[in-house]
Every structure is written in structure tokens, then in C-alpha cells.
Ligand binder design. Structure first.
Ligand code: GKR
Ligand code: MG
Length: 422
């Protein structure tokens, strides 16, 4: 299509990037603990006819700066010319951002905003623009974390608790899973591990199995274990877990574990860019890939990734990080349009939903699933008052980059984020 074919109304007038901060509970992981505020960037892609496409990206100073660079690149381009537009953004970032994975975070957020705008212009949901949905609701897993009861009092801030309470042992994890089930109806669970010695985390999984005899379970220690420890845990939990996620680091490390166990291994850490697929397949390092449109370059690229996984017999699940409703909507649309989604998707949403920046009503987590929005675009509406409030919270806070280890050290000065730890 030549440039002249487009209507001027579909040209991009402006990309507004708003950094925000929202409350996050003290969730523990192998790097430390979540700070009281998590960061995201909200994108509003404004077209000449006034249509606005929404996007959401992880925050942090480097990602914010890249989005601001990209904002200059997209002005004047046609919103339907997405392939060329994203290539231009990628080219603009290339000199300063050599990692294709890192550039993927920026192009993805912009692609989602373009698709939202395209959906609004055509009156079709984003899932239709991805080929149509093959399911009306997308299943998610209850994402369990060891956690403190409250954020400690620091810097003159009072201690801040939440409605989930403490979970520092297997019994606490089961209580949390029951709450997740009661509040959202989750039928499958993922436990974030790498916090306590493997023996305790095996006990937590066994306690979950007893409490939920039929629920698919998974465990993710974020590379806290050596190959040897990973093999031992895999032996103990074979037949209990549906998969073991990132027990150890790197493609060769995961391949070493895979050679000694029949338990499927999953990753969102060692296969995070296109160039990782070939060695992972050659070494049979992973049997399940956790996709994440936020860094695989967008929703269309995620569909393409799903096709590659299908070709190589790799199962598909979905990764998440602390996020809000624009991301949840995008995750739901793409998950609905991927036929070979084999597992329920991850989501942090229950931990952060109270601070959402989209209006309530569309994205309800019910029976462990989110119904695919059927309105135009992503189907969600920005709550401008909530966006302003969270932007002010960002400006007033001194958090500019996620630092789980640094925050942990303020509470436990001897903490070392050493991996593998066991
Ligand atoms: O939120 O602490 C966390 C998680 O550990 C997150 O940072 C991971 O990226 O959820 C993620 C995972 O599955 O590895
Ligand atoms: Mg993971």
C-alpha cells in the first residue's frame, strides 16, 4: 500500500508516555522482595482523528527513556502501517540498545497501542485483528508468593499490611491458595520459589497437592538452584508438578537438568529472544515456553512465536510481572487467539488490581479466567483520575528502578542475591 492510500485521520499525532507507581505487597523471590511501589508506563497513542490507543509497559528509567525516544519516531506515521513503524522504532533504538530482547519491550508496548487504535477504528476487538479468538475466556493460575504480612516501617513511612497476610511456610502458602481460590476461583497454582531451602518449597507443593488434589501446580525458583539440586527436586516432584520453571540458569544448564528428568521444564528466563530458540531446541533445554508479549515484540510476534513452538513440539504458557489492566487485556486477547496454549497463564493481577487504571467491569477474574473483551480494540477504558493519581505517586516517590535486592538489604543487611543459592 502506498502512503497516499491512508486517510489522514489514521496518522499518529502524538504518543503520550506516563510513568506511574502503584502499591505492591512484600512478595519474596530469589532476588529479594518487592518494594512498596511497582512501576509501569502507560501509553496513549493519539491519532489525528482523536482516536486513542492504549499500551502498558514495565517501568524503570531506561525503559521510560526508550519509550520517549520511540514517541518521536512514531509521529506522522499511519497506525495501520505497524510493521514499518515498529521497524523504525527498532532502528532508532539499535545504536544504544543492542539487545533485541530489550528493544522488544519498547516495540511491544507501541504495537499494543496501535492494535487498540486499529480495533477502535474498525470496531473490532484486538483478538479479531490477531486472527480471531479460539476461546471466550482465558484461564489464569493463582500466583502464590511467600510474603511478609506487611511492608516494614522505613523512611518515616508507617508499616503497610494487606488483605493477604503472611505466608512464610507451607501452611501459609495453602491459606493463600485458598484465598486466591475463594476470591478469584483459580483452579491451578504457581508458587514462586527460590526463597527458602528446596526442602521447604517441596513441602509447600506437597501441601498444595493435598489441599487441591486435582489442581495443576508449578514451581518457579528463578534459577536459585544448581543443576544437581534441580535434578533432585525434579525427581521428588515428578508426577506432582505440571512443569518446573527455571530451576537453574542458562540453556546448557536447563538442558543438563532435562537430560536427567522426565518432568517438563519451562522458562521465561533462558529463552527470551528469537536467537535463543535455535540453541534451546537443539539442546532440548525446555519443554514449555512462557511467552510474554511485553518482550517478544508484541501480540502478533507472540502468535508467530506460538507457531514456532508448535513446529518444535514445545508447550506454551504465559509469563507475567506486576501489571495493571491494559496489560491484562492485551494478555487475554493474545491468549484467546493462540490455539496451542497448553497451560493457564500467569498473572500478578490479584496483587495489584486495587490500583488499576482501567475502569472496572470488563476485566473480571471469575472462575480463574478472564472473559475476552468483545468491545472495539482492547475493550478497556482508561480511568484518567486513577492515571493522574498514580502518576503523582510516581513523582512523589523516590523509586525509579525495580530493586528487590536493595530493598531486602534495607531490612536484612546481610542479604546476598547470590544465584544459584542451593
Ligand atoms: O514478581 O517476583 C516476581 C517474579 O519473580 C517476577 O519478577 C518474574 O519475572 O513472575 C516472573 C517469573 O515467572 O519468573
Ligand atoms: Mg518464571
Amino acid at each position: 500500500m502506498t502512503e497516499g492510500t491512508y486517510s489522514t485521520g489514521t496518522r499518529i499525532r502524538e504518543l503520550i508516555v506516563t510513568p506511574i507507581a502503584f502499591r505492591d505487597p512484600p512478595l519474596l523471590n530469589s532476588s529479594g522482595v518487592h518494594e512498596p511501589l511497582a512501576l509501569r508506563c502507560v501509553l496513549q497513542l493519539v491519532l489525528e482523528d482523536g482516536t486513542v490507543g492504549l499500551g502498558e509497559s514495565p517501568g524503570g528509567s531506561a525503559r521510560l527513556e526508550r519509550l520517549q525516544t520511540a514517541a518521536k519516531e512514531v509521529v506522522g506515521r499511519d497506525v495501520f502501517d505497524t510493521t514499518a513503524l515498529l521497524a523504525a522504532v527498532d532502528d532508532a533504538l539499535l545504536p544504544s540498545v543492542p539487545s533485541s530482547h530489550e528493544r522488544g519491550w519498547t516495540t511491544s508496548a507501541i504495537e499494543v497501542a496501535c492494535l487498540d487504535a486499529q480495533g477502535k477504528l474498525t470496531g473490532r476487538p484486538v483478538s479479531d485483528l490477531l486472527g480471531g479468538r479460539v476461546r471466550d475466556a482465558v484461564p489464569f493460575a493463582g500466583y502464590l508468593f511467600h510474603k511478609w504480612a506487611e511492608h516494614p516501617a522505613l523512611d518515616g513511612r508507617p508499616a503497610a499490611g494487606d488483605s493477604w497476610g503472611e505466608a512464610l511456610d507451607p501452611a501459609g502458602i495453602v491459606v493463600q491458595a485458598r484465598l486466591m481460590h475463594e476470591r478469584y476461583g483459580f483452579e491451578s497454582f504457581k508458587l514462586k520459589g527460590g526463597v527458602f531451602p528446596p526442602e521447604q518449597e517441596i513441602a509447600a507443593i506437597e501441601a498444595l497437592r493435598e489441599a487441591f488434589p486435582d489442581a495443576p501446580l508449578r514451581l518457579d525458583p528463578n534459577t536459585a538452584w544448581t543443576v544437581e539440586t534441580s535434578v533432585q527436586v525434579a525427581e521428588r516432584l515428578h508426577g506432582v508438578l505440571e512443569y518446573l520453571e527455571d530451576p537453574t540458569a542458562s540453556i546448557p544448564g536447563m538442558a543438563g537438568v532435562a537430560r536427567s528428568t522426565g518432568l517438563p521444564l519451562a522458562t521465561n528466563m533462558c529463552v527470551i529472544a528469537w536467537e535463543h530458540l535455535r540453541p534451546a531446541v537443539e539442546q532440548n533445554a525446555v519443554q514449555v515456553l512462557l511467552t510474554d508479549h511485553h518482550y517478544w515484540g508484541g501480540l502478533r510476534r507472540t502468535r508467530e512465536l506460538a507457531a514456532v513452538c508448535e513446529a518444535f513440539g514445545i508447550g506454551l504458557s504465559m509469563h507475567s510481572n506486576s501489571h495493571l489492566g491494559i496489560s491484562l487485556a492485551a494478555m487475554t486477547h493474545v491468549a484467546a487467539a493462540v490455539p496451542n496454549l497448553h497451560h493457564s497463564c500467569d498473572t500478578h493481577y490479584p496483587w495489584n488490581a486495587a490500583d488499576d487504571i482501567v475502569r472496572p467491569g470488563v476485566l473480571e477474574m471469575r472462575d480463574g479466567a478472564v472473559r475476552v473483551p468483545t468491545g472495539p480494540g482492547l475493550g478497556v477504558e482508561l480511568d484518567h483520575a486513577a492515571l493522574d493519581r498514580l502518576h503523582r505517586l510516581y513523582l512523589e516517590s523516590d523509586i525509579r528502578d525495580r530493586d528487590d535486592a536493595g530493598y531486602m538489604r534495607r531490612v536484612d543487611p546481610g542479604f546476598e542475591a547470590r544465584l544459584p543459592r542451593w
